[in-house]
Design a protein around this ligand. Sequence first.
Ligand SMILES: [Zn+2]
Length: 469
Amino acid sequence: MSESDVVVFVTVAAVRIQTWLTRTPSLKLLRGASHALRDSTSVERITRFLEETGLAATIASDAGDVDGVVVLRVAPGHDPAAIVDAVVTDLGRELPGVEWEAWWTAADGYLEAYRKAVAENDASVGRRSFYPVLADLPAAQSCSGCRCEPAGDRLDDGQRIGADCSVRAGAGKLRKGEATTFEELARCGGLVAGRPQRAVGRQLSRNHLATIAADGNRIGELFDLIADHGNDDLRRTCVASLDAATCETVQQVTRALSKGANVDAVIGHYTGGDDVLIGVPAPLAWQVVNLLIATFEAEIRVRIRGGIEVPAEIDRVLGGVSLGVGVTFAHASHPIAATNRRAHEAMAQAKNEVRGRKGAVSWIDLTAEDELPKGRHLTRAELSDLIGGGNPGGRRDILDLPASARASLAELLRNRRSSPGDTSQGVRQWADRTGRPELAARAEAAKLDMFSDTLSLARWWPELGGGVV
Ligand SMILES: [Zn+2]
């Protein structure tokens, strides 16, 4: 095969997508950005763009259709860098605030190309980064939609906005059932008449939101094995199944918790590959997380195994794929840029604590703490056991304490880090005095963080009988 017959794969991908999406505090502009990103980078639109421009490239159908990512095969003998320039120039017109990175390399298939690109030290991979032009302009007046770009002449709700927010404001129709503001999502999301949905530990819980970030465990390992295997059908099935499993998971969770409600319980900000970013009313967060993990893990296995015969060594890794989740609880007015960042921080901790070996979740409650407590996490098994009424590790005993006892316990735990011995003794005495031997038995110094984390869990735990699905 001569040099000119080699197929070159080109990928153009949005950088830090979720940071860009969430840089506006407005749900309308965030929703518009999600839609604009999906539409601009869709296989359908890029196919049309290639036809209109006559560029010497075709869609790489084995790369799926992930939001914010364009993958092309360049016809032999053509310059991939020129194709990249043309595609990014077009995307820059569609999405003026997005930063892009591009890479290209010769390979037998997309997964092999991808693996070369992520290896980073492969000199045969061409790379380029593209920064949004507008970000460099001096801002006399900043955009009222995001404060991240100069304001232009366009108005949104009477306020001057920039080029990026103009695209956001014009994109995406409101679907029936979608909340129009973060406040409406918090107040009405998933609320069904006659079924109160409140949190155990909060009087006024219906003005808070949970921002939930999730990402698959062992996905890289799975796709490395698949790339090694060298079967094109297997590659194509697995890439498509991953994206479909993630999208279907968010849709199923939304349907399950929105049944009968005027306003959907879940707003999906981003789903692509194995990444998820959604917002839900705070009192529904734990049911959503539980369903999210269970549904994703089932969907990915069913879709791949149902689509193709999976070799045993790949099936073993597929059986170990799970979901890591991070949650931020905050008032509905808290900027999503911050809740998104904290949710990703919590997600990284959850994945770390179980070394990516099982589904797990960690969380930060910005109504009660400034920092993510070290080590805090629940495994998928613990969470589903708790939701089913079980008592994993004695957590149920703490969750079911009356409000006054939870307050006393929180007070006793206040100095647990500086004086664990005294705290442990204090908790034991209190538990004995109030007739709770099961708590006294567990109140050793090493378990004090579990006590504290479970009190945090209680704050947004759904009130039982209040519409648990
Ligand atoms: Zn803006």
